[in-house]
Ligand binder design. Sequence first.
Ligand code: G6P
Length: 617
Amino acid sequence: MCGIIGYVGSRPGVPIVVGGLRRLEYRGYDSSGLAVLTGGCIQVARAVGKLANLEPHLDGLEDGPDGGLHVVMGHTRWATHGGVTERNAHPHVGRSGRIAVVHNGIVENFLTLRADLATDGVAFASDTDTEVIVHLIERYVDDGMDLERATHATLARLHGSQAIVVMRADEPDRLVCARIGNAGGVCIGLGQGEAFVASDVPGILEYTREIIFLESAEVAVVTAAGVRARRLDGAEAHHRVHRFAWDPVAAEKGEYRHFMLKEIHEQARAITDTIRGRVDLETGDVSLEDLPLEPGSAPDRITLIGCGTSAYSALVGKFLIEGIARIPVEVDYGSEYRYRQPLVAPNSAVLGITQSGETADTLAAMDEARKRGSRVWSIVNAIGSQAQRVSDGHIAMRAGPEIGVCSTKAFTTSIVDQYLLACALAIARPDIQGSRDAARSLARDLARLPNLVGRALDANPIYEELARRFHHREHFLYLGRGINYPVALEGALKLKEVSYIHAEGYPAGEMKHGPIALIDEEMPVVCICVRDGVYEKMVSQVEQVKARNGIVIAIATEGDTALAAKVDHVIWVPEAPAMLNPVLTAIPLQLLAYHLAVRRGCDVDQPRNLAKSVTVE
Ligand code: G6P
């Protein structure tokens, strides 16, 4: 969703805020803007489109006096209310021009508030829900409140989840920021005589490693001297300072043309990190540092929850946990779980899978599960994120920063996390001796995985050729079976997201119940047909596609010349233990989507209409 950055301190703030916005641009890139508080005035610059479009407008801004205090905030927008226009870009400024706000979230009752304010003579300058916030704050300030109290009073009137940062010309030493609900994080970075505000940690990691996270219903006053936060009920709020080890260089593209390509190629390294220290290669024992499982502590049922790529990772997880630990698993979308009055059996666990740890639907589902008496676990990539903080136990993906909007290494590392969890659960079950021993042996298989991933990444020079042949196609079908069926869904999602080609993923056995009608000589069909327990079934599906003149691109096990002879194109993956196949078969599908999108001239890292973390419903 939208990205927010703020700075209070003695360095020029504009470059810091613009740099931070650049790192957070993956959250939204419809338009952007900046507000600078200097000489007792607020100056604003805004522009439609990518951040680069804002930069020419910054020349006229005065970034505070040399050696004096610099107070700056900025915003990169993913539109919810009001079209993508300059007047709808943030910051929004009150009537006096002396208060400005940037916002991430949705003011659900904004129509009522807007009508009230209009009755009082407020003329609105935008079509956004955000603008009501600045007018309400201004009204409370006019009534004699300071900015902090006015922000408290305003938040009490807003429905929905919000994260905001506010500045006021008459309180020129501070930013006030606040968070309500799950509309995305507000993190505050602490420095020597300076402080930073950001929606997400990578936005400020270049400047500080000491970060605190606002919880819901908290308002913080941020000055160069530090931070003071209160809850909406007036009580003082105390925060643990998180110390981050993430290297900001990891959030740069390096020699790669796009973050997506870099992140695809990081998977061998990321998976090595995911496994490191968690499997004893002698005994096969698994230890999950933040989700310890004592013997007998495994839940009787597990619900896996996610959105987008994380939901497809969860579908793979169902195969892993049911297959290895023999515990029944349900999978649900965060957006569905929360509204369907879910039944939570005694001794069950809900596991939220989320790269960002900030996806509103996933967080709300985790909340709902807790209210209904479930244990709540998470698999997260963003350290210190909300999902991690609200969980009873979590497993870190350890993928490192994922900046490309389209998720790649978080998919494979979260599968590895679920594989580890499945093994740990099996080992923690005293009642299934045979499965426990099998789980130890499966855990040891992980040692081979990074090498296999490296081979899958290196093996295939044909992506550009495939992209050349197929970039004009408007439809693709993806088929997989068993544990590779969710990978087919993920492959189709990747293609849609980055290339705007319509793609459908299907469990291959279901093809005959509908999608087969789509197949003709124009339809490329990507078939995941590796040598596993359903290999022969998949081969017969390939035959059915060929019988209708479809074009088959097969993802096949190295050396399977018999399959290669039947299909039009082959992408090889190395032979692997069956339960680890999804990690390998996902890689060619990521690369295929990437190369097709590049060939079509698409903006791979920032596809239209998408945002990296969706912090609104
Ligand atoms: C957005 C992103 C997807 C991502 C999904 C879930 O829609 O564009 O790439 O899979 O959110 O994100 P999460 O951070 O919860 O894994």
